[in-house]
Design a protein around this ligand. Structure first.
Ligand SMILES: *Cc1c(COP(=O)(O)O)cnc(C)c1O
Length: 826
């Protein structure tokens, strides 16, 4: 029997300070003791992992102290709930934010390594699809930079976003087993494991005080085990937390089965539970409707809410009076919308509050961000599935709906149409729950992600709700973190900026406006152009390595990278490349500037049209690059496996940023902002944040084309793409090349679906309507490029006016206008 000692030695952040030695020793120690690596010349991946552990150790103390600051019961805290966090790599980010670059370089030198080489070994944490997931990652960075008490909550997917490779021009998906060699950044916290219930049924009963209550019983239970990742702030002694949940089985085995000799079956149940956090759904901007996806959503929500409530109870017991005042849950789209009924369930059934008190608390602390107007992306879950998997939540949703529609009837007596339109339940053969409506009703704040987007929410999709609750609606134009998307990814530009305007811009991007006068300084423009050329060189080498196509450095680097989706209109870009190719073949090259066009992005594996667009890009690339007539005037590549670490090389080397979505469809865009910061000029439509980019940069520094959102709606009423094609000889020639099989001689007919879509009067994306205007804007961009002085002036002014697009600005607005939280200074 063990005896409890009288005095325990406490482990505090102070008492561990002296444990860490010089960095080079720490690397050696981790190589030997943590990784069991012996001998001299191991591969770089061991050095990556040893260094990552050594850097993480140096974060620990600040991390612990930040947690202690957050734990103050007087602090109002924010919990950012998101099914996606597209983090990319962490090493360089941590080294930069902790100001460790010099010591790390010196330490690695002892082992004969460069930091760049070692950093390359890190696999991207690809726990997201695209813009929405990357936004969550930029937000965490800005929250840490601003020292805000915000915790991210997500899922620790075993398999992140799939890897893409191209075979015979087509996308092939490979699983992304990013955790295979371990993840040095995470720390498992089994002591905060939570139990999640699924299925079963509900029962009514009387509690000790004679009050009618409900319990959810007969459930299949599983465990949620948290893994914490550090989110270091920028040189500010703050380290915030991203808590990711992994699904696991309850360790209580089914003893009956066990006794019946079914031990292996009982153990196998473990597998079933672990499915839930196995894989990220690879659909961007389209809903899923799959049972496993709903489980993932509820799993995240229930684990995170229980986590927050447990911390609350530890400090305040069962007094929830101030809970709503001290907590805010930001819902990243409707994916975590079951947080509304789940918080109600926990407060009613577990903590025994009455409905009105629980509802007051819930609506005090939920806030919802909408990310899209596309109808195919609006989540609706079948009532039948809900009643099976989450029966207690469905009862609560019905009650929320009854009470809400009661309020509606009071406001608009007798308006049955309105009641039907606003109902959280969409009636029909198979009734569905409208998750966006549930989020609006359950939240005190509803925000869009760019000015136009929010206006369209208020006047269109959510107009009935806007009439009832105008004050709930607000705009928060997206942003990106300049620490990753400028400082880190463009060190040459960072150095030039620092020597020109100082380094304040790294935590205050508005300082970039100090560059404005330098646009007129010829010596500065020369330096600016040299930096761009170096970055083009780096990009060209990267392209050569991955596609075997040479990009000549004198050409304009014209780039479109983002998820492949019809609304983003990669097809319009390809049509333009075909147009240029046609002109070259006709010898009509006057005013044409040499161009290298790069297109990259992943298509959802089940999205047939998007995959066909990938195939078309590859086929056109083969023909264009293989035709001696194009010389160095035109190149096209499809860049495979677009991801965060690829963007870090692509955006600094880009000169022309393609932001060409159908107006009214792209909620904001954030790729557009990364390019702008790095001095690319934008060719774009009046969509999402493009509008704000053009306002900030000045209309004269932006290549605008196409219909605006209103124009798209008008055009679609009597759209005649065939008439437009017939009337414009250049457009006609492009269609003839495509339809004549010029790019698919050996596979006739494969692109018919795309060409018939372009010619369809009901084409939602009105691609042909914008084609002429796009060709003309591209011509202006090309002509501008031939005047390099003018181009560089415009490029500098774009960077100089990018201050608004820092996620620090976005997050300051969330903090002030939605969350009501203050910085907690270290
Ligand atoms: C920024 C980013 C996106 C979002 O790009 P959009 O052009 O706004 O769609 C998607 N994927 C990655 C890897 C990114 O870095």
């Amino acid at each position: 029997m063990s005896k409890t000692l009288e005095t325990k030695r406490e482990v505090t952040s102070e008492s561990t300070e002296q444990l860490l030695g010089p960095l080079s020793n720490e690397i050696r120690r981790h190589l030997y003791y943590t990784l069991g690596h012996f001998g001299s010349n191991g591969d770089a991946s061991y050095y990556y992992r040893a260094l990552a552990h050594a850097v993480r150790d140096r974060i620990s103390q600040q991390w612990q102290r930040t947690r202690e600051r957050f734990a103050n019961p007087e602090t109002r805290r924010v919990h950012y709930l998101s099914l996606e966090f597209l983090l990319g790599r962490s090493l360089n980010n941590a080294v930069q934010n902790l100001d460790l670059e010099e010591p790390v370089r010196e330490a690695l030198q002892e082992y004969g390594y460069h930091l760049e080489e070692v950093a390359e070994e890190e696999l991207d944490a690809g726990l997201g699809n695209g813009g929405l997931g990357r936004l969550a990652a930029c937000f965490l960075d800005s929250c840490a930079n601003l020292q805000l008490p915000v915790t991210g909550y997500g899922i620790r997917y075993e398999f992140g976003m799939f890897h893409q490779h191209i075979e015979h021009g087509r996308q092939v998906e490979d699983p992304d087993h990013w955790l295979r060699d371990g993840n040095p950044w995470e720390i498992e916290r089994p002591e905060f494991t939570r139990t999640i219930q699924l299925y079963g049924h509900t029962e009514r009963y009387m509690d000790e005080d004679g009050i009618a209550r409900v319990r959810w019983v007969g459930t299949n239970d599983l465990l949620a085990v948290p893994y914490d990742m550090p989110i270091p702030g920028y040189k500010n002694n703050t380290v915030n937390t991203l808590r990711l949940w992994k699904a696991s089985t309850t360790d209580v085995f089914d003893l009956e089965e066990f006794n019946a000799g079914s031990y292996p079956e009982a153990v196998a149940a473990k597998n079933n539970a672990e499915q839930i956090s196995m894989v990220l759904y690879p659909n961007d901007a389209s809903e899923n409707g799959k049972e496993l996806r709903l489980k993932q959503q509820y799993f995240l929500v229930s684990a995170s809410l229980q986590d927050v409530l447990a911390q609350w109870v530890k400090q305040h017991g069962d007094d929830f009076t101030d809970f709503g005042e001290k907590n805010c849950f930001q819902l990243n789209d409707t994916h975590p919308a079951s947080a509304v009924p789940e918080l109600m369930r926990l407060l009613l059934d577990e903590h025994k509050l009455d409905w009105d008190t629980a509802w007051k608390i819930t609506t005090e602390c939920m806030a919802y961000t909408n990310h899209t107007l596309l109808p195919e992306a609006l989540e609706r879950w079948s009532v039948q599935l809900f009643s099976r998997m989450l029966p207690r939540l469905l009862e609560i949703i019905y009650e929320i709906n009854e009470r809400f529609l009661g309020e509606v009837s009071k406001l608009y007596p007798g308006d049955m149409e309105l009641r039907k339109r606003l109902s959280l339940i969409e009636e029909g053969n198979e009734p569905h729950i409208r998750m966006a409506y549930l989020s609006i009703v359950g939240s005190f704040s509803v925000n869009g992600v760019a000015h136009l987007h929010t206006e369209l929410l208020k006047s269109g999709l959510f107009s009935d709700f806007y009439k009832i609750w105008p004050n709930k609606f607000n705009n928060k134009t997206n942003g990106v973190t300049q620490r990753r998307w400028l400082s880190h990814c463009n060190p040459k530009l960072r150095d030039l900026l620092n020597e020109t305007i100082g380094n304040q811009w790294e935590s205050d991007l508005e300082q970039m406006s100090k560059l404005v006068p330098y646009a007129e300084d010829a010596a500065f423009r020369k330096k600016w152009a040299e930096v761009k050329r170096d970055n083009k060189h780096r990009l060209a080498e990267y392209v050569k390595e991955h596609t075997n196509v040479e990009f000549p450095l004198d050409a304009m680097f014209d780039v479109q990278v983002k998820r492949i989706h019809e609304y983003k209109r990669q097809l319009l870009n390809v049509l333009h490349v075909i147009h240029l190719y046609d002109r070259i073949r006709r010898g009509e090259t006057q005013g044409m500037v040499p161009r290298c066009v790069l297109i990259g992005g992943k298509a959802a594996p089940g999205y047939h049209v998007a995959k066909l667009i990938v195939k078309l890009i590859n086929n056109v690339a083969d023909v264009v690059n293989g035709d001696p007539a194009t010389q160095d005037l035109l190149k096209l590549v499809f860049f495979p496996n677009y991801r965060v670490s690829a963007m870090e090389i692509i955006c600094p080397g880009t000169e022309l940023s393609e932001q060409i979505s159908t107006a009214g469809k792209e909620a904001s865009g954030t790729g557009n902002m990364k390019f702008m910061m790095n001095g690319a000029l934008t060719i774009g439509t009046l969509d999402g944040a493009n509008i704000e980019i053009r306002e900030k940069a000045g209309a004269e520094n932006f290549f605008l084309f196409g219909l605006d959102a209103k124009g798209v709606v008008e055009t679609r009423k009597a759209y005649d793409p065939n008439g437009i094609i017939a009337a414009d000889p250049e457009i006609r020639r492009v269609m003839e090349l495509l339809e004549g099989g010029h790019f698919n001689a050996s596979e006739p007919g494969i692109f018919d679906l795309l060409t018939s879509g372009l010619r369809n009067p009901y084409d939602q994306w009105v691609t042909i309507a914008d084609f002429r205007s796009y060709i003309d804007a591209q011509q202006v961009a090309g002509e501008t490029y031939t005047d390099q002085d003018k181009w560089n002036r415009m490029s500098i002014l774009n960077s100089a006016h990018s201050g608004w697009f820092s996620s620090d600005r976005t997050i300051s607005q969330y903090a002030k206008e939605i969350w009501g939280v203050q910085p907690l200074k270290a």
